[in-house]
Design a protein. Structure first.
Length: 364
């Protein structure tokens, strides 16, 4: 009996399509059935669909660390092609392919804020052939806000951090504040009159607003939007006073004078904007960053985790590769598996305090 497995593949060269992969009870894979413009599908897309099916359907088998990998590896990426973690994941995948001579297949899984992707990874066979390039939202924030079908600490095995992406605090140029200190003073003088925009309730930039409110002891109004783009547009237009968002999205607007960059929310100043101070220079301990990390399904053999970790640490330490991540707006950052697990705990505690203080709990 053939069982259809359907999923959307991101548009390639402007052509979107659905592929249906048929597999039998032994998980044998036949060629995918594809629909698109004129029922045509590019050969490269066919190859990618077959590779994804083959990786997903391959049964468990004993793996020796010294011979790993012996077949293609799938990296699940929460989010669509072109997202920040997707760019970094593809850069890592390319280097792993070059190092090991095996195809590394990126499997973009958007929807439910990354919950679908993490459940898929958590339930995958722990043989080193399915990985997830995860986000801080998926690993620590979503489990604090929603009832999720996975446990980040028991169902996933940390491998290494990949990069961190600090948020940037910025305002409309007409706001009478040119620094974090002045913004705090303005909010205290006008309690509840300033607006902080976000991409939506529970998003990292919303939590940045709540952390600022909590740590600076000020009051303002949070205004959630359906995505970052319309929120940024209204800050530029002066409808909203300030916002947190990723540095690559804010810097061009700041350089053109459309917004004012007030501070970077990372632990140190960003190489992309060294003249912009950190929020922590005014509010010690303030940190609001998106970060990305590689993990495997729980119970993946430690020897395979160690091999993957060694390769990722080596590539992130390589200056040309590190510069490539910097050019993408990320700050290269690797870790040991134990360091990543500890960092996840620290972040979970940090955002747990903010979420509790803000009274946030969103059920799905």
């Amino acid at each position: 009996m053939l069982l259809p497995l359907k999923r959307m593949i991101p548009p390639l060269n402007g052509v979107g399509f659905v592929h249906e992969i048929h597999r039998n009870n032994a998980c044998g894979v036949t060629a995918p059935t594809c629909w698109g413009l004129g029922n045509r599908m590019k050969p490269a897309s066919v190859r990618q669909a077959i590779l994804l099916a083959a990786v997903a359907c391959a049964g468990p088998a004993p793996v020796a660390a010294q011979s790993y990998p012996v077949r293609p590896i799938r990296i699940i990426v929460p989010g669509s092609a072109g997202s920040a973690n997707d760019f970094t994941a593809r850069a890592i995948a390319q280097r792993l392919t070059e190092a090991w001579g095996q195809q590394i297949v990126i499997d973009n899984r958007s929807g439910a804020g990354g919950i679908i992707a993490h459940e898929l990874a958590a339930k995958a066979t722990p043989d080193g052939y399915t990985l997830i390039f995860s986000t801080s939202a998926g690993l620590v924030i979503n489990p604090l806000l929603y009832k999720v079908p996975y446990d980040s600490f028991s169902d996933l095995a940390p491998i290494s951090l990949g990069s961190i992406n600090p948020q940037m605090l910025f305002s409309h140029p007409g706001v009478a504040a040119t620094s974090v200190q002045e913004l705090i003073a303005l909010a205290r003088a006008r309690p509840g009159q300033l607006n902080c925009a976000s991409a939506g309730t529970g998003t990292p930039n919303h939590l940045g607003c709540e952390m600022l409110k909590l740590m600076a002891h000020i009051e303002f109004v949070h205004v959630p939007y359906k995505g970052a783009s319309p929120a940024i547009t209204d800050v530029v237009a002066g409808q909203m006073q300030f916002m947190f968002n990723s540095i690559p999205a804010v810097l061009p607007l700041a350089r053109s004078g459309k917004v004012r960059a007030l501070a970077v929310a990372g632990p140190k100043r960003s190489p992309a904007a060294p003249d912009v101070p950190t929020v922590a220079e005014t509010i010690p301990g303030f940190e609001c960053v998106n970060w990305y990390a590689m993990l495997a399904p729980g119970r993946t053999p430690p020897a395979l985790v160690a091999r993957l970790n060694a390769e990722i640490v080596k590539m992130i330490a390589d200056p040309p590769f590190a510069q490539r991540l910097i050019d993408l707006g990320s700050e290269p950052k690797s870790s040991s598996p134990a360091e990543l697990r500890a960092y996840m705990r620290t972040e979970s505690e940090r955002w747990g305090r903010v979420i509790k203080a803000a009274g946030l709990k969103i059920e799905r």
